[in-house]
Design a binder for this molecule. Structure first.
Ligand code: PLP
Length: 391
């Protein structure tokens, strides 16, 4: 048999999705597992959004649409960018795709050449390095530190930028750390990008989930940085629409055109019905978005205080998203040498699933999603406490 593609063999499976599959398999066998691995809101999609989709089906809106999305959705996204982020875009600068992950993939394919470097602050979302490699570029990691709230500092970034640097990824609020960038630091990062003429891929998918500080889009710091930024966002987290697969990118018209061409030869348009649903999400009542964010905030406070009550575990308070990222290295004993051992033993012995920090480039930590009920949080943390006490 001939070998498979070297490019595909060189990337790894999404560890969060594979862990999630393992948990589902255990659950299907009747095992009572507390699943802290999921990266999606546990809330249902709002009713007005569902109704818009049903109406679209009934009206026969079930055919191909323009590759980059229906004009009224792109218009609604442009209005959202103006209203919430203070940035003006026209329809030629916006492309809707099959989820934020797809938007990111298109963006890296559009801007990268073999040998280019893409700077990724670590801890990072697992998908970034793999997508950069798929675009035949090289991921370059720049460490952020817990004492700085896991925010990238301009002075650390500056040391990594060179002639080969093509882009910098900014993810605020951040998965897995919940870090929300400080506007002043973000502006310094923008200056570095402009001075060195590199692109910024700004993943703002958790924009609505900010509990301290405020969300600022890096593209809002002026025309020069806007001309180099591809802003990524979507329906999944804000509107509890993970299964609908809608994400989008806003950026310079030539980059968006390149993404459009690429998308036209790969997936074509995102699902027609989902586009109508998200249009209602953006234009309809926003009370469910605010309700979900308020609930996540309450859960964050519960989980952080409970985790800090466990000897050997230290958890900073994340400012956004729905993940806690505790340092568990103080509990490494009884054969546990790293975050992978910790996570595997926790699943086997205490039936709690968390994602090891090593998957995000941060050994010593684990990621705990609090996109689950307060009762589940209490139950899971109690199990972790008992597990650690027996080590
Ligand atoms: N960006 C980050 C940081 C994420 O955590 C996720 C999903 O977990 C995405 C992008 C993509 O989400 P989706 O493809 O569902 O829009």
């Amino acid at each position: 048999m001939k070998p498979l593609s070297k490019k595909i063999l060189g990337i790894s499976e999404s560890p969060t999705l594979s862990l999630n599959a393992k948990v589902k398999e255990l659950k299907s066998r009747g095992v009572d597992v507390v699943n802290f691995t999921v990266g999606e809101p546990d809330f249902d999609t709002p009713d007005n959004v569902k109704k818009a989709a049903i109406d679209a089906i009934k009206a026969g809106f079930t055919k191909y649409t323009p590759v980059s999305g229906i004009p009224e959705l792109k218009q609604a996204i442009a209005e959202k960018l103006k209203r919430d982020n203070g940035i003006s875009y026209d329809a030629k600068q916006i492309i809707v795709s099959c989820g934020g992950k797809h938007s990111l993939y298109n963006a890296f394919q559009a801007i990268c050449n073999p040998g280019d470097e893409v700077i990724i602050p670590s801890p990072y979302w697992v998908t970034y390095p793999e997508q950069v490699k798929l675009a035949e570029a090289r991921p370059v990691f720049v460490k952020t530190r817990e004492e700085n709230g896991f925010r990238l500092l301009a002075k650390d970034l500056e040391k990594c930028v060179n002639k080969k640097t093509k882009a910098i990824i900014i993810n605020s609020p951040c998965n897995p750390t919940g870090a929300v960038y400080d506007p002043a630091e973000l502006e310094k990062i923008a200056t570095i990008a402009v001075d060195n003429d590199v692109f910024v891929v700004s993943d703002e998918i958790y924009e609505n989930l900010v509990y301290e500080g405020r969300h600022v889009s890096i593209a809002s710091f002026g025309d020069e940085i806007k001309a180099r930024t591809i802003t990524i966002n979507g329906a999944s987290k804000a509107y509890a629409m993970t299964g609908w697969r809608i994400g989008w990118a806003a950026g310079p018209a030539d980059i968006v055109k390149a993404m459009d061409n690429f998308q036209s030869q790969t997936t074509s348009n995102p699902t027609s019905i989902s586009q109508k649903a998200y249009l209602e999400g953006l234009q309809g009542r926003q009370d469910s978005v605010h309700r979900m964010a308020a609930e996540f905030r309450k859960r964050r406070d519960i989980i952080v205080s409970r985790l800090n009550g466990i000897p050997g575990i230290k958890c900073s308070r994340p400012s956004g998203a729905f993940y806690a990222f505790p340092n568990v290295s103080g509990a490494f004993r009884s054969g546990i040498k790293n975050s992978m051992d910790f996570s595997m033993q926790l699943l086997e012995k205490a039936r709690v699933a968390v994602v090891p920090g090593s998957d995000f480039g941060a050994e010593g930590y684990v990621r705990i999603s609090y996109a689950c009920s307060a009762d589940t949080i209490e139950k899971g943390v109690e199990r972790i406490k008992e597990f650690v006490s027996k080590l």
